[in-house]
Design a protein around this ligand. Structure first.
Ligand SMILES: *[C@@H]1O[C@H](CO)[C@@H](O)[C@H](O)[C@H]1NC(C)=O
Ligand SMILES: *[C@@H]1O[C@H](CO)[C@@H](O)[C@H](O)[C@H]1NC(C)=O
Length: 244
């Protein structure tokens, strides 16, 4: 009996030590807890946006951005964006991105988001140039210089202002749900290869091609590269660090 309780004590002591160690450089984030979304409130994290079983997106009705945060350091993000096409304004490109992972708040207020690398996904559609949407992995570390949670004086709901790495504000996010709506925070995929999917997307702001990613042609790969270039220029998620 005695030895058992000593063992229990030792176990809990070491568990406490580990916990203390991993949180030593981060500070509590209770004000961030919840699911936040841009005004359209139709792009939201969770099972309504990305289906990990089918490995496919459920295209939201309107473009938008959503972030969810938990008190114990997990985040999830959902992006659905249009990229203007200056050479043909009638042909915007659409991008859907999803990733999740861990985040921490540094003592000086900076937020660091580190995704689970094999889980993130992206769907890129350039309907006027390519018949197929391109479905690939997506992983981008993000940093926000600082953030603030305020009561929006006009809408009377909690509002999250995230500031990008250069200090510029992102578009405001409003509290959509608390506690947050998120997929499981653990790793969802065994391998790093996204399964090609064939989702029949409802027609909404962008005509995402229902045809699946098959083999990517050299032109599509080229388009990808240009696309990444565009992301760096138009990134809204703080400073993006690409791993590849
Ligand atoms: C907070 O600290 C990090 C890491 O040292 C640094 O990169 C960042 O610029 C600091 N943020 C602010 C707001 O000073
Ligand atoms: C946003 O959508 C969620 C989920 O549908 C809903 O619970 C919430 O009330 C909405 N928030 C606003 C401000 O409309």
């Amino acid at each position: 009996m005695l030895s058992l309780s000593v063992a229990t004590m030792l176990l809990s002591a070491s568990a406490g030590f580990v916990a203390a160690q991993t949180t030593a450089d981060s500070v509590p984030v209770t004000d961030l807890v919840g699911t936040w979304s841009t005004k359209s409130n139709s792009t939201l994290t969770g099972p309504g946006f990305y289906d990990p079983q089918k490995d496919s997106f459920i295209e939201p009705k309107h473009t938008g951005i959503s972030y969810s945060f938990t008190a114990d350091g997990f985040f999830e993000e959902a992006y659905y964006r249009a990229v203007a096409n200056p050479s043909n304004p009638k042909c915007p490109k659409g991008i859907i991105q999803w990733q999740h992972g861990k985040f921490k708040k540094l003592a000086n207020g900076t937020l660091e988001l580190t995704p689970i690398e094999i889980d993130g996904r992206q769907l890129y559609s350039d309907p006027c140039a390519y018949k197929n949407s391109v479905y690939t992995r997506y992983k981008a570390k993000e940093k926000f210089l600082h953030y603030e949670v305020i009561k929006d004086p006009y809408h009377q709901i909690s509002r999250l202002n995230l500031f990008k790495w250069d200090g510029a504000p992102m578009q405001p996010l409003y509290l959509a749900m608390s506690p947050p709506t998120m997929l499981p925070t653990t790793t969802l995929h065994q391998t790093s290869t996204p399964t090609p999917t064939n989702s029949k997307n409802k027609r909404s702001e962008f005509p995402f091609s229902p045809s699946a990613l098959s083999k990517r042609s050299p032109q599509q790969l080229q388009a990808d590269r240009w696309w990444w270039f565009g992301v760096v220029l138009t990134a809204t998620g703080g400073t993006l660090y690409f791993f590849f």
